[in-house]
Structure formats: C-alpha cells, structure tokens
Design a protein around this ligand. Sequence first.
Ligand code: SF4
Length: 369
Amino acid sequence: MSSLAGPLLAWYDAHRRDLPWRRTSDPWAILVSEVMLQQTRVEVVEEYWRRFLARFDRPAALAAADDEELLQHWAGLGYYRRARFLKAAAAAVVERHGGRFPADFDALLALPGVGRYTAGAVASIAFGLPRPVVDGNVARVLSRLFLVEGDPTRGATARRLWQLAEEHLDRERPGDFNQAVMELGAVVCRPKSPRCEDCPISGACRARRDGVIDRFPTPKARRAPVDVRVAAAVLRRADEVGLVRRDASARMAGLLDLPALELAPRTDAPRRLSEWLRATFDVSVPRLSRVGTARHGITHHRIEVEVYEAELAPGTEASPPRGDLAAAAPRRIAAAPDADGLRWFRCEDLPGLGLSALGRKILAAAADA
Ligand code: SF4
C-alpha cells in the first residue's frame, strides 16, 4: 500500500460527503453522475441525477428516448454535448453488451464519449478494478504533493500526473482511493485557501513544506474575454411564444431558444432584428419594443442580449428559414434555427421545455418587464 493510501482512506471513511451516487455500485448510475459532474457543481447535480435516473433507469431507457426528452432532462446543466455522448454510450452498451456494462476497462473506454478519466472512474468505483483517475481535483492534489509543474492537462505534465495516480493507487480499494483524492481536492486541497491543517497527508506535501502551494498547479493562460452583442425577439401570438430549435451544427444543438442574432457594434438593433425576422421567417413585425437586458457567460464569451418584444396578430404563421439568410448572421452564440423555423408554444408550457439557459434568462427579462 502507498504511504498516502492509509491516511487518505481513513480520512475518507470518516469525512466523506454523503452523496447519492456513493450509495450505489450500479455502473450506469455512476456513469451518469460522472458525466454530469464534469463542469457542474455537486449541489446542482444531485437533483438532476435523481430525476434523470428516475426516468432513464437503465441504458436501454435512454437509448430508446428521443432527443427532445433527453434535452428536457438536461436543460440547465449546460454543456449539452455531454447529454448526447451519454445517449450514444447508452446505445453502445445496449448494442455491444446486451444492456449490461462490461467489467472491463478497455470496453468501457471504447464507449462513445467515455475518456480515460470516466472509464477509470466507472471501472474502479463500480467494478473495483485497479484503474487510476486524474481530474482537476486529483491534478491539484498531486501537483502540490509532488511539485509537478506545467499545464496538468497537457503533454509531459499530464503523463506524470497519471503515472503518480497509478503508482499511489490502493489496489484493495481503488474506487474509494480515487474518490478520496477527488474529495480531498474538492473540500480540503481547494484551489484557493487550502485547509492544510485538516489534510491527512500534509506531512508528505512538498508544496507545503517549501511554502509554494500557490504556485501549484501551474495557472493556465486565460483566454481574453470576448464581448458578444445579441438581439433577441420575444414574439407573442395570443397566449403563445415563438421559439426556434438550435441547428445541429450550433452550440447547444437541439435546445429551444428565442429567435436571436448577433449584432455588429453600433448596429440599429430593432431595425436589424425586424429585417432578419422578415427575411428569415417571413414574419412581419411592425413594432419591436425593448423590454430588458439579459447577461450570460459561455466559456470566454460575455454575452449581452437586448431583449425585444412584439405582439403578432392571431393566426400569424412563419415560413421555414431560408438557409442562406440563416447562415449570414455570425454564430458564436446565437444559433441558426433548424429547418422547422419558428414554432409556437403556450406560455404555461415554457417551464417544462428544453430551453437553453440563455433562453430562460431572455424570457425572465421579458417577464420582469
Ligand atoms: S497539505 Fe495542503 S496543499 Fe498539500 S495536499 Fe494537503 S491540503 Fe493540499
């Protein structure tokens, strides 16, 4: 046993958080938790995880579901590519393994969207296989313990971290060991203000010994923020609102959203928006009223949305979008609509739809007004 494993496992046994996915060894439930926890906080994931598994209790249930229902259950978690990969992985488990997860690391790694980290997590936690994991929390702990310099996600630094994780892995309790290191990184060896006085392995920590904790892990170069100006239309028709589905080629593909376009600086937003609505959907909007502003961040984009509202005559229909016009607008954030164009939804049904987080903020800004 590594000299780290004993104190780490004893600490984990005494202090671990009681999280629902830690009460199961079902590989499907563990895979769902691992995928949801990428980029999303534990407190947010708990409720999503319960609801998701209540509906999709086995891989076969998700494999058979349509995308619309999947996105409804994922809406608000962000990073929607994860949901699609999860569905593809579920389908592969059904097709290749008869719906049962293989207790085999290479077979897990071969599932769509499953990388070395996720395969290691499922293999060790669900099946007790001696496979290490390195995520952001593990990388932070190991880089401080062993003074590993460089970007933890790249090249020689990443290889060194995986090697250390493998060397120190406890072979008797690999799943608990992996979770112990992740837990330590999440609640004790935090990015800022680590609680070294509560750390069970502080005696082995070289960064603490040398007084250089704040230099590890090596900070990543940050991308400069990019400001994106968007104009969005809340089109009302009696008690309905017009929404579009984001095109398959866009970020957050498949989610519902408000019709919106990105604006160049100093553009006359209402004029450009009404021209675009007419040209794209053949909808004539006589007057757009500014009703508010929504702000949102996606990666390094700082998005400011000018929200406009218009009341359309009952019975107003819209044409499917013309591809050339839809493609003409820049698409960093505001997606081109799919071929179905504008669809009408009753206001009372909006909360249950798979809307993007930005779309919800736009509707909230309009509702506040
Ligand atoms: S002693 Fe401090 S910096 Fe070192 S591993 Fe423990 S919590 Fe992290």
